[in-house]
Design a protein. Structure first.
Length: 131
């Protein structure tokens, strides 16, 4: 009987291992979340917003299609409006009174951005250290 008691794990061992595994699991989730968004640079976010707004979209659609939080969308929309990459257009529609549309300057940015991506993609073939 005493041998069986010795083989059973103690309660504090169980508690410490479960808290350790749950914190490890939380750390893994956080690392996966960071990894998923790691490659979204400021330039790519701007290009994504400009692409979505090409035909004119309401703010909510822009937020969902560009996969941004409300706070991040506000920051980027303000930045792009101030620099003339997008513009606000008043729509006569009661449901969606304001839409955001990519300007000529924004379209120029997209063209240059896409050219750089193509160039970088061609260079990555020759760079053995690139991922």
């Amino acid at each position: 009987m005493e041998n069986l008691q010795e083989l059973r794990p103690k309660q504090e061992d169980i508690e410490s291992s479960s808290s350790s595994s749950s914190s490890t699991f939380a750390s893994l989730q956080e690392a996966e979340r960071r990894e998923r968004f790691r490659n979204r640079s400021r330039m790519s976010l701007i290009a994504n917003i400009l692409t979505v707004a090409k035909d004119g979209v309401p703010r909510t659609h822009l937020m969902y299609k560009a996969n941004l939080s409300h706070r991040m969308l506000s920051v980027y929309v303000t930045f792009l409006l101030e620099r003339g990459f997008i513009e606000e257009k008043k729509n006569g529609d009661y449901i969606r009174p304001t839409v955001y549309v990519t300007t000529e300057l924004g379209l120029k940015y997209l063209k240059i951005y896409n050219s750089l991506l193509e160039l970088a993609d061609g260079l990555s073939v020759f760079m053995p250290f690139s991922s």
